[in-house]
Design a protein around this ligand. Structure first.
Ligand code: B12
Length: 233
């Protein structure tokens, strides 16, 4: 089988929620020299988008969503260490506190963002899912972070992004940390509305964003957020 066929089979395995096949095809694709980031983009993300659209249109139900998520996890178990092997650099470019806010349990995209940022030389403190706003701030203070990164997939959890910024302002800490946003329901417009410092459409955009924030003399809060990947939305 050629690599393109294996990538196509990986995608189908995720849509079908077949954990075993997803693990097998991702390992095979990597053995054949597939670029791990290409695998994420072309097989995993696109397959989950298909399942998400089917769910929205009533063609798939929660069990299918759960199984697809599990299959994606099974594939990423092989892919994430490869990203880190290939790219990990010893220099610490900065510390990022990363989490999914209260009410939201989606962590696949967050984990990919964490892996790519680590690979690009950031120290990533992953505070998990369903995280109340004040926990982001506690972690940022404790870890002496540079950036707070909030990954949100559920629309009803968006207000917690605003809440994080408000708590920082109320505690006089807004000039200590950049706040960046990503995930399906987040838009550049929302990023501007709540005065966050940046938006990235993908994990690669998240890395470009963090590198630019740490580059030069930028200080939070930025008068205008940095936006990456807007055209791909
Ligand atoms: C898999 C999945 C699940 C799995 C999650 C498994 C897991 N461990 O994460 C399970 C089955 C648990 C699940 C549950 C639910 N889900 Co769901 N789920 C999805 C699905 C299909 C894929 C999400 C995903 O992983 N995508 C792949 C990753 C790689 O992409 P990503 O997360 O967008 O991340 C990328 C970028 O956004 C970016 N990024 C991400 N974070 C950040 C952060 C920063 C700072 C930056 C810069 C960039 C960045 O980089 C990432 C990599 O490139 C989406 C549909 C979709 N197309 O997104 C629905 C979806 C998100 N789910 C949805 C819903 C409604 C639910 C449920 C409420 C269903 C229910 N009735 O119970 C529950 C909610 C549970 C909860 N409280 O969170 C809706 C949300 C609608 C909305 N806008 O509010 C969606 C959009 C489906 C739909 N079309 O209706 N879900």
């Amino acid at each position: 089988m050629i690599l393109e066929e294996i990538i196509a089979k990986l995608s189908v395995a995720i849509v079908n929620g077949d954990e075993e096949a997803a693990g097998k095809f991702s390992a095979e694709a990597l053995d054949m020299g597939a670029d791990p980031r290409k695998l994420i983009q072309e097989a995993i993300q696109s397959a989950l988008d298909t399942v998400g659209n089917n769910f929205e249109n009533g063609k798939a139900y929660l069990p299918e969503l759960i199984m697809a998520g599990d299959a994606a996890h099974a594939a990423l178990k092989f892919i994430i260490p490869k990203i880190q092997d290939r790219e990990a650099k010893a220099i610490n470019k900065g510390t990022v506190v990363l989490g999914t806010p209260f009410g939201d349990n989606h962590d696949i995209g967050k984990n990919i963002v964490g892996a790519i940022l680590t690979a690009r030389g950031f120290r990533v403190i992953d505070i998990g899912i369903n995280v109340p706003p004040n926990k982001y701030i506690e972690a940022a203070v404790k870890e002496n972070a540079d950036i707070i990164a909030v990954s949100t997939l559920i629309t009803t959890s968006l207000p917690y992004q605003r809440e994080i910024i408000k708590i920082l302002q109320d505690r006089g800490l807004r000039d200590k940390y950049f706040v960046i946003l990503g995930g399906g329901p987040v838009t550049p417009g929302w990023t501007r509305e709540i005065n966050a410092d940046g938006y990235g459409w993908s994990a690669i955009d998240a890395a470009t964003l963090c590198l630019q924030l740490m580059d030069g003399n930028k200080k939070p809060p930025l008068p205008e957020p940095l936006i990456f990947g807007e055209l791909r939305r």
